[in-house]
Write a protein that binds this ligand. Structure first.
Ligand code: COA
Length: 579
């Protein structure tokens, strides 16, 4: 079983004749984009005539694998799949359209973005089904270093930039969950009517990995494993509700190790917890070789959320679950904690920036998602294509971006300082008063982790009759993930119960602001400050654009002076740190 990988990807990806044929009618198709369209037939569907989620996952994984291999030029395996939320069910007769494209290549791994939509052929109506991000790892000879991608369009630049932040969140996922679960309440709180013992939902099933289940390296396809996992999870969910459940979400998961043709894959599923309208099913997959079986290898675990829909498509109330003692109680408790984390993540991570309220309440369970949101919002602003040079005064340039309800601005200056030094000096808000006349004080409230911290900032009073403004901000600092990336310091407001608004100050908020610093030469760097201007800033921005004030110029000249004055001191600190 050894089909050559390169011919496989070439054969299965859109044939070049088709691509060149479409070139005149369709817009430019990026190099790694793969499109797949599938007509949903009865053999792909369940007894209700709906496309099974397992089949959809197989198609998504295949399209994403082809895109990854097109970039890597060698076989690739699925390493992980981020959260997927299924917005609609798809019926027999409809067409599923999948687009997969590599967003960014790291060392041996790549993030592939997958977009799924479905279409009714007779009416031409289309719906968005789901979006997903998968990570594929190239399996070349020896250490693989993938060639970097060069994003061209605004959208590609945004995805490329944010992919680095998603990778950070993905790699920390296991520790994040462990940390949060350790804090989850110990009360199982199972009181309620119509209790179903969890043991009744337990499912165990075995599959033999055959050549049709495997990829060109003889490993079971990630999509196939996901499909088998979804199958047992659906049975477990049906046993709780005694109805036909619908998969609504899959939590981010990791393919820990491969399984090969000839392996047996043992799949186990159980309902961990039933909430009012949804339930969490835990599934585990283990692989082992021919009997007498050597030890089993844990290859995957996943948490899937199911709902039961009534005739109007609304989620129905579910019976409660009686967990098994000990391990079952732990899983029950953890499922409740994951439910909260999942809602936070879905809300904060998948919302468009303008849909997230100005100040999101800060708590331990959403810290990773809020700092992701903070950095990705700034990176999105940076990657926008429509920045316009509004004013230039000597070396300081001011750009503006008009979009929806926001007027954003960016100040830019080239300074004789290394990017690392500028980053180190600008990433501590406690030093900002040294150059920014608007800042009075900044007090560190909470050091969240090495790169994220919360500060209470007080502004200078513009006039004696006005109260000073105060802000509670999350500051997230990021070093470049790769050559070409900037150093980033992002700020956004959060709310903290320990720092409510008081009568002394006027509480103000920032949605998205911060610095991006690019090395220009060995000794100089470009320092840019961005602010997605909320009404509080509007007057300042428009006055500066109109040339009525040189406030921005004075502030940025002061910033340059501050950087130059302190760079030697900072160089010493950086050197000591390196030692
Ligand atoms: N999510 C995303 N990427 C991950 C990851 C996760 N949970 N765990 C590891 N990676 C990435 C690393 O960041 C690294 O990327 P980089 O080289 O770009 O920096 C890369 O994987 C390799 O890291 P390493 O620490 O060497 O990983 P590993 O030894 O754990 O191997 C796999 C990673 C994916 C190769 C390995 O776990 C595996 O073989 N899994 C099974 C794959 C499979 O069979 N999939 C289904 C069939 S195609």
């Amino acid at each position: 079983w050894e089909p050559p990988c390169t011919s496989f990807s070439r054969k299965t990806a859109a044939p070049s004749r088709l691509r060149s044929g479409m070139a005149s009618a369709a817009p430019r198709r990026p190099g790694t984009e793969v499109q797949m369209s599938q007509l949903v037939l009865p053999c792909h569907s369940n007894h209700r005539g709906e496309l099974g989620a397992g089949q959809l996952l197989k198609w998504m994984d295949t399209a994403a694998c082809l895109s990854a291999e097109r970039h890597a030029g060698c076989p690739c395996v699925t390493a992980s799949m981020d959260d997927i939320y299924f917005e609609h069910t798809i019926s027999v007769g409809q067409v599923v359209n999948i687009k997969a494209k590599v967003n960014r290549a790291f060392n041996s791994s790549m993030e592939v973005g997958i977009q799924v939509s479905h279409e009714e052929l007779c009416s031409g109506r289309r719906w968005s089904t789901c979006k997903a991000f998968a990570t594929f790892v190239a399996q070349g000879q020896g250490d693989v270093k993938l060639k970097p991608l060069s994003p061209q369009t605004e959208e590609e630049k945004i995805e490329h930039s944010i992919a680095a932040e998603r990778r950070r969140m993905r790699l920390a996922h296991k520790d994040t969950l462990k940390d949060l679960l350790a804090r989850c309440p110990r009360d199982t709180g199972t009181a309620g009517s119509a209790v179903v013992p969890a043991a009744e939902t337990r499912v165990e099933s075995v599959e033999l990995v055959l050549p049709p289940h495997a990829n060109h390296q003889g490993n079971a396809f990630g999509g196939q494993i996901m499909a088998w996992m979804e199958n047992v999870a659906t049975i477990a969910a049906s046993r709780l509700c005694r109805a036909h459940p619908t998969l609504s979400a899959i939590e981010m998961f990791h393919f820990r190790g491969p399984s090969h043709v000839g392996d047996r894959v043992l799949l186990k599923a159980i309902v961990n917890n039933a909430f009012k309208n949804s339930m969490e099913v835990g599934v585990c997959a283990e692989a082992y070789g021919q009997e007498p079986a050597p030890s089993r290898r844990h290859i995957n675990s996943a948490f899937m959320t199911f709902v039961v829909l009534d005739e109007q498509g609304r989620p129905r109330a579910l019976p409660r679950l009686q967990p098994e003692p000990q391990d079952g109680e732990r899983r029950y408790r953890e499922a409740s904690a994951r439910q909260k984390i999942r809602l936070d993540r879905k809300y904060i991570v998948s919302c468009r920036q303008s849909e997230v309220p100005l100040s999101v309440p800060w708590d331990q369970s959403n810290k990773v998602y809020l700092s992701y949101n903070n950095v990705s919002a700034l990176k999105t602003l940076v990657a926008k294509a429509n920045w316009v040079l509004a004013r230039e005064q000597e070396k300081v340039r001011m750009y503006t971006l008009e979009e929806d309800q926001f007027l954003s601005f960016r100040m830019e200056i080239t300074v004789r300082i290394t990017a690392a030094q500028a980053f180190s000096l600008l990433s501590d808000p406690r030093r900002r008063h040294e150059w920014d006349g608007h800042y009075a004080t900044a007090e560190l409230v909470q050091q969240v982790d090495e790169d994220d911290a919360i500060y209470h900032v007080v502004s200078r009073t513009p006039s004696p009759e006005n109260k000073p403004q105060d802000f509670v901000i999350l500051a997230s600092r990021r070093k470049p993930c790769d050559k070409g990336d900037p150093y980033v310091v992002a700020f956004r407001s959060v709310t903290l119960p320990t720092h409510p608004p008081t009568n002394t100050f006027t509480r103000s908020e920032t949605l998205c602001s911060g610095f991006c610093i690019w090395p220009e030469t060995e000794e100089t760097s470009k320092v840019a400050y961005y602010n997605q201007a909320t009404p509080a800033y509007l007057n300042y921005v428009t006055t500066n654009i109109a040339g009525l004030s040189s406030n921005f110029y004075a502030t940025f000249v002061a910033c340059e002076k501050f950087l130059l004055k302190n760079k030697d001191e900072d160089e010493l600190i950086l050197r000591l740190r390196d030692l």
